[in-house]
Design a protein around this ligand. Structure first.
Ligand code: FAD
Length: 323
């Protein structure tokens, strides 16, 4: 039996988001011989971008472009996805566990009476017809294994957990320009206010330099930004730092903020409250800098530096500049 897999591609300001390549990588892992992988993008891509999707495993690219799809809108995307799912009849739909994926996947699953496995971080038994999907629960303190029990089924994947994968043989995907028919939308986007709180996208960053209440002021975040710039990373924060007005809430990491899985996470002047750990404890390597040797963050840190962050951070920045 062939299994069509549909992957929602997110393109932000015309750049394809890394999580979409990770979703294609998962589709490749799960692909049985004759399966097709359909990449859906709600915009027009360049020829080079289409080729790139092919290199990442897409056998077909559907471009659904429409003025009302230029900015994300729940209603418009929902309508397009339902039309494409009806046409392509995929048995599995994969998207990032991003603001869009978190909004869209449950609505579509509900509408179609389909199963949804959300926030997937790992897959096991990908060769079998019934792979196991792993997802963290209880703020990352435990994991559960789930299997699909419906067709179609929806999957959202946590960014930075699947390695994107370029095929050795260049594959030229079939391209379809889908004629979008939108029924009257009940909502209209009047204005989008873009808040550039960090130069690098926090949810996709491989390196995150996060500051807490110990950073003490908005100015105190400047050395952290310098360290992040040298490492090509993003700045994040604890809720206490956001509450104190040192930085924007868009940077908050934790139970009520963003959940991230970078390769390296610097926790600077952050005590390590359970609600903060919920957003970063799955990071591959955790480096804690705190003047209190008893700070709970050291219990989960791979590397710990006990010291004053205002001395340690500039030293680290200088050292990384030289290396
Ligand atoms: P603190 O706990 O005050 O820690 C500051 C640390 O800085 C201390 O360990 C101190 O030793 C160190 N320090 C001070 N000065 C220096 C210095 N010069 N050099 C080095 N170290 C120094 N929190 C989140 O972060 N994210 C969430 O999403 C979140 N959601 C929440 C949801 C709920 C329902 C609740 C109740 C709480 C939530 N919190 C969240 C808040 C959380 O409980 C903590 O209050 C918060 O994480 C503490 O932030 P902090 O570590 O920056 O501050």
């Amino acid at each position: 039996m062939t299994t069509n897999q549909l992957v929602l591609i997110e393109a932000r300001e015309n750049d394809i988001r890394e999580v979409s390549f990770e979703a294609l990588a998962l589709a490749q892992h799960l692909k049985q011989k004759e399966d097709s992988i359909v990449a859906l993008v709600c915009s027009k891509l360049s020829q080079k971008q289409i080729e790139t999707l092919g290199q990442h495993g897409a056998t077909k690219v559907i471009q659904a472009s429409h003025p009302q799809l230029e900015e994300y809108s729940t209603e418009a995307y929902r309508q397009v996805l339902l039309q494409i799912i009806d046409k392509e009849k995929p048995s599995r739909i994969i998207m990032g566990h991003t603001a869009i994926g978190k909004d869209l996947a449950p609505r579509l699953a509900m509408k179609l009476g389909a199963g949804l496995l959300s926030d997937i971080t790992e897959v096991r038994g990908e060769d079998s017809e019934k792979p196991f999907f792993i997802r963290p629960i209880y703020s990352g303190k435990a994991f559960e294994e789930k299997q699909e029990r419906s067709s179609p089924s929806f999957l959202t994947i946590r960014p930075n957990n699947f390695q994107s994968n370029c095929l050795e043989n260049i594959q030229h995907p079939e391209v379809e320009d889908f004629e979008v028919q939108l029924k009257e939308l009940r909502t209209e986007i009047l204005e989008t206010v873009k808040k550039m709180s960090s130069k690098v996208d926090l949810t996709a960053a491989k390196i995150v330099v996060a500051g807490g209440r110990g950073v003490k002021s908005e100015d105190g975040f400047k050395p952290l930004q310098e360290l992040a710039d040298v490492l090509g990373g993003a700045v994040g924060a604890s809720r206490a730092a956001c509450d104190a007005g040192y930085c924007d809430y868009g940077l908050q990491i934790g139970q009520t903020g963003k959940v991230i899985t970078p390769t390296v996470y610097f926790a600077i002047g952050i005590s390590g409250a359970i609600q903060h750990l919920a957003g970063m404890s799955q990071s591959k390597t955790i480096v804690a800098i705190n003047k209190d040797p008893e700070a709970p963050i050291f219990e989960i840190a791979d590397y710990g530096i006990v010291g004053d962050l205002f001395e340690v951070v500039p030293l680290l920045t200088e050292a990384f500049k030289k290396s």
